[in-house]
Structures are given as C-alpha cells and as structure tokens.
Design a protein around this ligand. Structure first.
Ligand SMILES: NC(=O)c1ccc[n+]([C@@H]2O[C@H](COP(=O)([O-])OP(=O)(O)OC[C@H]3O[C@@H](n4cnc5c(N)ncnc54)[C@H](O)[C@@H]3O)[C@@H](O)[C@H]2O)c1
Length: 250
C-alpha cells in the first residue's frame, strides 16, 4: 500500500496520549516524520520513545500549547530537523470542570479557552509561513460535536470548540488561493483520559445522544483525520467533517 506521508513532516499537539497518539501512529506509520507537542513530560517521553523505536522519526516538544514560545519552538523543530512542514494537527484539548455557567468561575472559561482556542490560533499562525514556502499544507483542527450541539454543563468546552469551527472556516478561506487546506473534525465521545475531567452524568448524557449507541473508537477518528491530513483531501477546505455516530446530520 502506498504510504501517503512519505518524507512529510507533521506537528501533532497533545500527541502524547489518546486521540493525538492514535493519529501520530497512523501518520508516522504512513511515512511522516513527527513533532509531538505535549505538556505531560512522562507520557510525552514514553510516546516519543515508542514511536522512535517503531521506526517513526519523532521529536518531542514539552510545554503548554497556549504558550507562544512553545508554538514557535514546535515549528522551529520541524524546520531545523527537516526544513519543511506539511501537516498540523491541532489536537490538544481539555473539557474543563463540569458545571452550569452560573456556578463556574470565569477563570475556568479562561483556562479552557487557552488550550482549546488560543493554542489553535497560535499554532496556525506560526505554522502557516513554513507551509507556504512549499505552497502545500494540511491543517486539521480537532473540534467536537459539543461545538455544534452545545452540551449542558460544558459551556467553556462547547463554546471554545464552536470557536475552533469558526476559526477553521475563516483560516480555510484566507488560504483558498494557496495549496494549504484547513479543515476540522467533530468527534462524538471517545474513551480517553479526557473523560476523567468531567462527571459520569455528563459522559452518560453524551453517549445517550449518539444514534449508533456507542462511543467512537480512536482508530475511527484517526482514519478520518489521516485522510483529511493527506494530499487526497484536495477539494475540501474550511470544512467540518462529522464523526458523531449520527448525532449531527449537518
Ligand atoms: N475523547 C473524547 O470524547 C473527545 C470527543 C470530541 C473531541 N475530543 C477532542 O479530541 C482532542 C484530544 O482529546 P483526547 O480525548 O485524546 O484527550 P486526552 O486527555 O486523552 O489527551 C489530550 C492530550 O493533550 C495534552 N494536553 C492537554 N492540554 C494541553 C496543553 N495546554 N498543552 C500541551 N498539551 C496539552 C494532554 O497532556 C494529553 O496528552 C481534544 O481536543 C478533545 O477536545 C475528544
């Protein structure tokens, strides 16, 4: 089978675990060199070691993705090691604490905003100039079904994920006269560590809303993201790819 990412370079934020790691394995398995960015030192090192041991060239950047210097460093790593950047996966995200808007302090909104939206803005801003050098790039932002539907007791998460969808549409149009495509995906609930951040009631609510009656598998998300990140995704930009088991039909 043809390796769709041979000689390419991909940055994956939040790539140390969960959905990001699953995407890293797929992109790396199809030939991409990787820059993994994560704030978790321990799982970051373990993941990078596993990827390198399996023959996937991986550079690790430890830091908070909402820090401008971390975004700059990630792009600098791609440039210094391989002198190119083909794929950016803005995947790092947090749910924030569960609670109604009148119960949650605004600092919780600020915290979720920094990881989910500010970081996506920063990584796009820093990555695009290097992609433009080759007039080629694929940016895939991991939004959420929560950004389309709005989940109760998840206002910071739902609203910042809706903003990620808006950012994707705007940046995609800005780059429509270039070889860069910018899209997002909106997964339904998947079993990862992120679910520990919210309450069992909220998780049950999210699963109950899925017509297919189950959470999405990480491999199912990685399959879709890999295609959207590939050269094959040539005629969709500023787009929103649904993977919600039928919860959203738009
Ligand atoms: N799991 C789900 O149900 C689900 C559903 C829809 C969308 N998503 C989205 O998918 C993405 C990945 O989620 P996941 O389920 O794999 O979560 P996860 O918690 O399993 O993994 C997230 C990774 O991002 C890292 N990270 C978080 N905040 C960071 C920061 N500020 N700086 C650097 N690294 C940071 C974590 O250390 C972790 O390695 C998120 O954007 C999430 O919102 C998840």
């Amino acid at each position: 089978m043809k390796k769709r990412f041979s000689n390419q370079v991909s940055i994956i934020t939040g790539g140390a675990s969960g959905i990001g790691y699953s995407i890293a394995q797929r992109l790396g398995g199809e030939g991409s060199n990787l820059v993994i960015v994560d704030r978790d030192d321990e799982s970051g090192k373990r993941t990078a070691a596993e990827l390198n041991a399996s023959g996937i060239n991986t550079v690790l950047v430890i830091g908070d993705v909402s820090d401008e210097k971390v975004a700059e460093n990630a792009v600098a790593q791609a440039k210094e090691n391989w002198d190119r950047l083909d794929v950016l996966i803005n995947n790092a995200g947090i749910t924030g604490d569960p609670g109604s808007i009148w119960e949650l302090p605004v600092t919780e909104m600020d915290r979720v905003y920094r990881t989910n939206l500010r970081a996506t803005y920063l990584f796009c801003q820093k990555a695009i100039p290097l992609m433009l050098r080759n007039d080629y790039g694929r940016i895939v932002n991991i939004a959420s079904i929560a950004g389309k539907e709005g989940n109760p007791k998840m206002v910071p998460y739902s609203s910042t994920k809706a903003a990620v969808i808006g950012l994707t549409k705007s940046v995609g149009k800005e780059l429509s006269d270039t070889g860069i495509r910018v899209n997002c995906v909106t997964p339904a609930v998947a079993h990862t560590a992120i679910l520990d951040q919210t309450s069992p009631e909220v998780v049950d609510y999210m699963i109950s809303k899925i017509p297919l009656g189950r959470p999405v598998e990480l491999s199912e998300i990685a399959s879709l993201v890999t295609w959207v990140a590939s050269e094959e995704c040539s005629f969709t930009t500023a787009g929103v790819f649904d993977i919600s088991g039928g919860r959203a039909t738009y």
